[in-house]
Structure formats: C-alpha cells, structure tokens
Design a protein around this ligand. Structure first.
Ligand SMILES: Nc1ncnc2c1ncn2[C@@H]1O[C@H](COP(=O)(O)OP(=O)(O)OP(=O)(O)O)[C@@H](O)[C@H]1O
Length: 248
C-alpha cells in the first residue's frame, strides 16, 4: 500500500517561494487502480516525480508497504518496488530496445519475452527489438517502449504519466487491455495520470488535482459525474458567450 501524507513541493522563482503542490494526502491500496486527473498545470506530473524521488518534497511523508521511503533515492525507490513511465520518455543513444528491456527487468530477457512485452504495447517485435532506443524512434514508439520497460518487471506500484499521449488508436486499445489485465490480477497497484475518458473509467478511485491541491478523491462512480458536469459547464459557458461547442 502507498501512503502519502501532507506532501508539498515549493520552488524558488525569481527569488520568491512558489507553491506547486500543497498538502496532498492519499493512499493507494494493494491491487487498486487510482487515476489522477485534472486541468493542465495542476501538479499531477509533479506529484508523480515526487513519488519516484525525481523531485525532493518541501514537506510530507511517503510510505510504501509501511516503509518510510521519503528519504530514498530514485534507485532505492525503484528497488523498493516503484516503476515509473514518464509523460515524455527519455532516449537512450547507443542502447538497443532489447538491452533496455533487460536492464528494466533486472535480468537478461530471452527473445520470446522481449517480443511478448513489445507486442503487449502494440509494437511489432521483429521491427524494434534490435533498434536503438534513440531519437530516431517516433514519440509514440518511444512512449510504448518505455511502457514495455515498466511492464518488464513486477512492481509493488506502477505509475504511468499520460500513457495515452501520442499513442495511436490501435495501440491504445492494446494498452487498455494490458492495464485491465494487471488490474484484474491485483498483483500491482496502479497510478495512471490521464485525461482520457476510457482510462478514467477503468479506475477504482479517481483523484482530481487542480492548482496544486487535491480537489477531490473518491470512488469512480462518485467522481465521474462531477468531471462530466464540469465539461458541460464549460460548454454551457462557451454557448453563453456565443462560441460553439468546440470553441471554434
Ligand atoms: N521545476 C519547475 N519550475 C517551474 N515551474 C514548474 C516546475 N515544475 C513544475 N512547474 C509548474 O508547476 C505546475 C504543475 O506542473 P505539472 O507538470 O505537475 O502539471 P500537470 O498537472 O502534470 O499538467 P499537464 O496535465 O499539462 O501534464 C505547472 O504550472 C508547471 O509550469
């Protein structure tokens, strides 16, 4: 179980303290799927980076299965069982996809396993396994390879930051199936940061982060209507201002 207590993150901007995330507390139970959503710039990726240890919190505590991991480094958190797929994955010049998958798994993977992992994110294994994971790959290809690296190892908690970003419809369906399968097996907890309705609908619970604050958290059926309510409000607002539904 993940336990986050009063997590805050400030930055120093032009000599002034600016609050990016403020006093966020929540839990993710074993096998639970929590989807984090909310407006752009609300603080979702910042929260994910704090959980992974990429950013250092200003205040608060993070516990994984009862262990205080707040002071652990990125590597130590990965060893403790947290897997993370970035919103914009890094590239690895000089490293083949096969080697990247093996490194992520923590052991040498045979060709069959690499192929299964790549297929599960909608990539034709033969075409990619020996390619370099560098800038020659498209954004969507790299995104799917990165997701495959997280799936290469069993984690206590996997965090996927906008897994849908840049991914085509066909691969997206495969990805959804993979998330559903992990969720059904209940062996890993999942945090998915997403704006995608299909992903939000899969959640056990939904958390809305806005302007650096936890706006709401609750069961999917409880939070979903308020999300769609907001959408209708903004459409209504545009209509009242004389714009059409799509803001054109
Ligand atoms: N290191 C930083 N320096 C300055 N501002 C930052 C830094 N990191 C994040 N921010 C700001 O903090 C806010 C939250 O950013 P974050 O990327 O967490 O938002 P988000 O909810 O993930 O947005 P999106 O839905 O667009 O991906 C933004 O206004 C961003 O510009």
């Amino acid at each position: 179980m993940l336990q986050v207590e009063h997590l805050s993150y400030d930055i120093l901007e032009e000599g002034r303290q600016s609050e990016i995330l403020s006093d966020v507390s929540f839990t993710v139970q074993d096998g639970e799927m929590l989807v984090i959503t909310g407006p752009n710039g609300g603080g979702k990726s910042t929260l994910a980076k704090l959980l992974m240890g990429i950013y250092k919190e200003t205040a608060g505590k993070i516990y994984l299965d009862g262990q205080d991991i707040t002071e652990l480094s990125i590597d130590e958190r990965a060893k403790a069982g947290i897997g993370f797929a970035f919103q914009q994955p890094p590239r690895f010049k000089g490293m083949t996809v096969r080697r990247l998958l093996s490194l992520a798994a923590g052991k040498v993977l045979d060709e069959k396993t690499c192929c299964e992992l790549l297929s599960s994110v909608g990539l034709c294994a033969r075409e990619y396994i020996d390619r370099e994971a560098d800038a020659t790959l498209s954004g969507g290809e790299m995104k799917r390879i990165e997701i495959a690296t997280v799936l290469a190892k069993r984690h206590a908690l996997c965090i996927f930051d906008e897994p849908e970003a840049g991914i085509d419809l066909w691969s997206f369906s495969m990805l959804i199936k993979r998330f559903e399968q992990i969720h059904k097996e209940k062996k890993e907890s999942l945090i998915l940061i997403s704006h995608q309705e299909r992903i939000i609908q899969m959640a056990d619970r939904i958390m809305v982060i806005s302007e650096g604050k936890l706006e709401s958290i609750g069961a999917a059926e409880e939070i979903m209507p308020s999300l769609f309510g907001k959408e209708l409000d903004s459409c209504e607002c545009r209509r009242q201002k004389g714009g059409d539904l799509y803001g054109a």
